[in-house]
Design a protein around this ligand. Sequence first.
Ligand code: ADQ
Length: 483
Amino acid sequence: MSTLGRLLIVSNRLPVSALVSDGVVRLSAADGGLATGLRPWHQSSSGLWIGWPGDVSRFSPMQQAQLDDQLRAGGIAAVHLTSDHVDRYYHGFANRVLWPLFHYLIDRVPLNAAGWDAYRAANEAFATVVAREYQPGDVIWVHDYQLLLLPALLRQRLPEARIGFFLHIPFPASEVFRVLPWRAEILQGLLGADLIGFHTRAYTRYFTNALERILGVVAEGEFVHAGGRAIRLGAYPMGIDADRFAALARDAEVQAEAATIRSDAGDRQIVLGVDRLDYTKGIPRRLEAIEHLLGEEPELADGMRFIQVAVPSRGEVDSYQRFKRLVEEAVGRINGARSTIRSTPVHYVHRSVTERQLVALYCAADVMLVTPLRDGMNLVAKEFVATRVNDDGVLVLSEFAGAAAELDSALIVNPYDVESVAGTIKRALTLPAAERRDRMARLRERVHGYDVHAWAREFVEHLGGAPGDAAATRAITPGVTTR
Ligand code: ADQ
């Protein structure tokens, strides 16, 4: 896999969560896309995963020591943060300020954007643990918007280290980014890395624009020079474990569950939405589009079932609580106005579902709606595609999801144009079979061709070669295209 040294992966949350049952500390694997993609690297390099294990303030000192031992045995080093700290750094600055701003929703940034000091202190706490664990030759890979200052903090402590950074959310256009009072500090923080990765070329370009405007640092090709070092920038569109999703779709139990979902829908076509309940995902406008469509084509109330699964998310943040009520009201309003004696058009499920249930839903759907207002990538779109092993089904995809740069055979929509989304849903429901198959085959080729393993491999290999000559590192991964 790699001739590099150990890989130290640094992310806010760990790929495991801890709980105490019968007085004993137990760890359970949290199988996010990132954990799937990086686990082989973590294991094969005997590396470490460094992150926050969640709120363990209720654990006794003995349980905390047990937890640290168990984590250590699994190649994990914990960064312990107090709950007050997490409140101000994570729920506060990261999720209340950076998240909406980076998704272009400036109005959602609180008037008094607080938490910068806590954010910096949390990044310092991560730097202390990483520096303590670091051994010469290790390669460090830092993840996401909670840790934007970490690369420079590490560079101060470990001038020789190889440090990579990957941003999982969009990097906004510089006109939006420069609204942030701490814009220069954040850019300086990132420039501590040797390699900075984004999902798309557009985000990379916005980042170089911001560097030029705010710091006066001009990129040359895929490199910028700062602090006497060459820093490489690139687009690495994150994929999924496509083979695993395809295998799940072929599983007999999953197929049986999909068949039940279909028979429950009777002769109606199934339109599906699956999202974290987050205001960036475009759920209210998607519901508006469904309502508009039902207004134009009332007979569809008996011909279509829209299933929206929304995973509870960030309930600690007040704007998310208000948002939850807004979505529930919209569902109630549409069902009140558009239900018939036979059916209720919107089937709203506000809870997490298991991965198998999720795949069964993907398999049962005729049309998948992925219409975020902004999304760094959006893995749901790729998961849907990977499960369509019969090459059928239609993906309707927002042009503002990073995934749209790769999945251009989807029906691409502007999620703000509600009427046009409604028209596209209608088109999706009536698309001829040959066109559905042709589009889906092309989508599947892309999703399988550049999966999460290829993504991780390309980034780590470029990091191994950074700062260095691009030709040498490109030669390691022939045929891989980055957008
Ligand atoms: P998220 O905003 O969380 O990720 P996304 O990429 O869609 O968005 O990933 C969500 C994950 O949660 C998917 O793997 C999906 O299977 C799972 N999930 C969604 N709904 C679920 C449900 N109801 N029950 C169970 N599981 C569910 C951030 C960025 C994205 C970027 C990723 C990865 O916001 O833009 O694609 O990181 O970089």
